[in-house]
Every structure is written in structure tokens, then in C-alpha cells.
Design a protein. Structure first.
Length: 94
């Protein structure tokens, strides 16, 4: 009798989870249709990446490149990215 009760509760919990997931996905789709996409804003934009790669191609050390880069938006605006070893500066994508 007790096992059956837990089985019924488990099914109810799974149905509730599926309902919440469906509504969440609907909300994500509605937001995307309005142009709102979740996630953090990019720190290194296209122009900053081009500038950094040009400096790297000239042989500038990575630590010097990081000091020259400045974040344009967000709470860290006006500061340079903390990590001099950014994945955007790696040779793998260039």
C-alpha cells in the first residue's frame, strides 16, 4: 500500500516537472521572438577581437594586449579583461 502511494506521488511530481519545463520553454521562445536572449553580455566584441589579434600578430605579449583592451559595457566598463589568456586570443580560432 505504501509503495503504491509513493508511485502515485512520483508520477504526480514527474507530471508537474514536465508542465514547468514546457512553460519555461514557451517563455524562452516568446522572449526570443521579442529579441531577448538570455545569457551574459559579451565582454570581447568583434572590434576588440580584431584589435587584439592584430597586436598578437605584431608579436605583442599577451599581458600587454590585455592591458590595452577596455570593456565597453556592463559593470566592468572602462576596465580591461582580467585574464590575459582569453580563449578569444588563442591560435585555435585564427
Amino acid at each position: 500500500m505504501g509503495a503504491m502511494l509513493f508511485a502515485v506521488l512520483a508520477v504526480a511530481a514527474q507530471l508537474d516537472r514536465n508542465y514547468i519545463r514546457e512553460k519555461t520553454l514557451e517563455g524562452h521562445q516568446a522572449a526570443a521572438a521579442k529579441g531577448h536572449h538570455g545569457g551574459r553580455p559579451t565582454v570581447i566584441g568583434d572590434d576588440m577581437l580584431i584589435f587584439a589579434r592584430a597586436l598578437k600578430d605584431k608579436g605583442t605579449p599577451t599581458s600587454d594586449i590585455a592591458e590595452k583592451l577596455v570593456i565597453k559595457t556592463g559593470k566592468n566598463a572602462g576596465r580591461h579583461p582580467r585574464s590575459p589568456r582569453s580563449t578569444a586570443l588563442s591560435d585555435s580560432g585564427a
